[in-house]
Design a protein around this ligand. Structure first.
Ligand code: KIV
Ligand code: ZN
Length: 513
């Protein structure tokens, strides 16, 4: 019998701690729904004490999901635990996840506590959480750098106080696989009541070893793994869900373990997280990178044609990458669009389909074939967005070798139309200068990235910008077959998000930890 490995996804909490990755509430709810479809067992939806925004996002996710456990993170204070419980209590299966650091360096310099105080605080926090819910997880932050015997003592006390899961984090990504394997074994052997709880691991990727350490821990007996989609997370990120799941899936006999994940939902989840966070996936990223299944060498291609298993240990379809890229054209109807979107992982409401269908028809007029990537861009633009305060009405640009680049733009600002023209070093600079003038914005452009969504000269350009104004930062995205229009859309989307943040401030989780 294969052991069941619990997949605890923390994309919406630790993943959100990736620099620049803050998502709005609607985006978090959509990611959570995709994670449920993917079949993760637990979703850590956020850190409710961090901000009102986080509290609301966790509450909405708790109410929306039907099957998946929803966890809220809390430090060991009563205030944090009350907030976490307040946010998750309406979930079908709520969980409180409380943590305190156990390494000497953290206890001395961060907590200013000795070992006895840390154990006492952990016990009180777990007992208080247990008075609210049966389902309590306790984490020993910086566990991999903690004194082993002390770590076992803290886990023993936490389990004794009611923790149903104890989590061993490699908070700073310092562990080495064999050493981490031994640590997990040690904890299993030297924590007397360990069999009364699930032993979990949570690895960071500072040395590029998060997946290896997590798999070593599974081999040593850990039964819950804490992971994120695309491996996003604090600093170099967390263990990547897709890597761990596909390692277990591809080598079932080696690990004698299995998960509940529907692997065909991995790629749609990866695309969605990349779209809403603006964090692109590196092309050579295992499992979900653009090159993960691309065979360049002739000798490999020849082998693949004879038998794909010569050079491919997994099939792209298994992770939801469709080999036949079905394209839609201007004659495709609403029904075909809906059913194709469903196939690629988007189960949209009637109202959402109407929005995407209108945009799809506009695009199909400009471009012969509309691909999956185009459709995803339409969904991001049409649905996954904040209310528009600024809206582009028209854009006219002149540029070339003999003219000064100039942009004439009409915007509607909260329903009122304004227009102006301006110059710049190139057409995009002229466009951004004019938009800034029209909106009286001082937003600084921190990042500008442009990529082609597909191959071919009629491909849509996808632009991502990162803007900063008065201490707030926001991502903006836009796509269009015309790259200057795509840039204008991205800039305006970024300004709309900054506007939204002014009225819905987000305290990022990292500010609190
Ligand atoms: O990395 C870490 O230690 C954490 C804990 C809060 C589990 O994220
Ligand atoms: Zn972490």
């Amino acid at each position: 019998m294969k052991e069941k490995i619990i997949i605890f996804d923390t994309t919406l909490r630790d993943g959100e701690q990736s620099p620049g990755a803050s998502m709005n509430i609607a985006e978090k709810v959509r990611v959570a729904s995709q994670l449920e479809k993917l079949g993760v067992d637990v979703i850590e939806a956020g850190f409710p004490a961090a901000s009102e925004g986080d509290f609301t996002a966790v509450s909405q996710i708790a109410e929306k999901l039907k099957k998946t456990e929803v966890a809220g993170l809390a430090r060991t204070s009563k205030h944090d635990i009350d907030k976490a419980w307040g946010a998750v209590q309406r979930a079908a299966k709520p969980r409180i996840h409380t943590f305190i650091a156990t390494s000497d360096i953290h206890m001395k310099y961060k907590l200013n506590m000795d070992r006895e105080q840390v154990i006492k605080t952990a016990i009180e926090a777990v007992k208080y959480s247990k008075s609210l819910t049966e389902n309590v997880e306790f984490s020993a932050e910086d566990g991999s750098r903690s004194d082993r015997d002390f770590l076992c003592k803290v886990f023993e006390a936490a389990i004794e106080s009611g923790a149903t899961t104890v989590n061993l984090p490699d908070t700073v990504g310092y562990a080495i696989p064999h050493e981490f394997y031994e640590l997990v074994k040690y904890v299993k052997t030297n924590t007397p009541n360990i069999n009364k709880a699930i032993l979990s691991v949570h690895c960071h990727n500072d040395l590029g070893l998060a997946t290896s350490n997590t798999l070593a821990a599974v081999y040593a007996g850990a039964r819950q793994v804490e992971v994120t989609i695309n491996g996003i997370g604090e600093r170099a990120g967390n263990t990547s869900l897709e890597e761990v799941v596909m390692a277990l899936n591809t080598r079932p006999n080696y690990f004698q373990a299995q998960t509940r994940i529907d692997t065909r939902q991995i790629f749609p989840a990866s695309r969605l997280v990349s779209l809403v966070t603006g964090i692109m996936v590196q092309p050579n990223k295992a499992i979900v990178g653009a090159n993960a299944f691309a065979h360049e060498a002739g000798i490999h291609q020849d082998g693949m044609l004879k038998n794909p298993m010569t050079y491919e240990i997994m099939r792209p379809e298994t992770v939801g990458i469709s080999s036949s890229k079905l394209v839609l054209g201007k004659h495709s109807g609403r029904h075909a669009l809906r059913s194709h979107l469903k196939d690629i992982g988007y189960d949209l409401s009637d109202e959402e389909i109407n929005i995407v269908f209108t945009k799809f028809k506009e695009l199909a007029d400009k471009k012969k074939y509309v691909t999956d990537e185009d459709l995803e861009a339409l969904i991001t633009e049409g649905i996954l967005r904040t209310e528009d305060y600024y809206h582009l009405e028209y854009l006219h640009v002149t540029c070339g070798t003999t003219v000064l680049p100039m942009a004439s733009i009409k915007l509607s600002i909260n329903g009122r139309s304004v227009k102006d023209a301006g110059y710049g070093n190139g057409p995009i600079d002229a466009t951004f200068n004019t938009i800034s003038k029209l909106t009286s914005s001082n937003a600084e452009l921190l990042r500008f990235a442009i990529s082609a969504l597909t191959g071919g000269t009629d491909a849509q350009g996808e632009v991502t910008v990162k803007l900063a104004e008065n201490g707030l930062t926001a991502l903006g995205k836009g796509s269009d077959p015309d790259i200057v229009t795509a840039s204008a859309k991205a800039f305006i989307n970024g300004l709309n998000r900054l506007e939204y943040l002014k009225t819905h401030p987000i305290t990022t989780t990292s500010e609190m930890l």
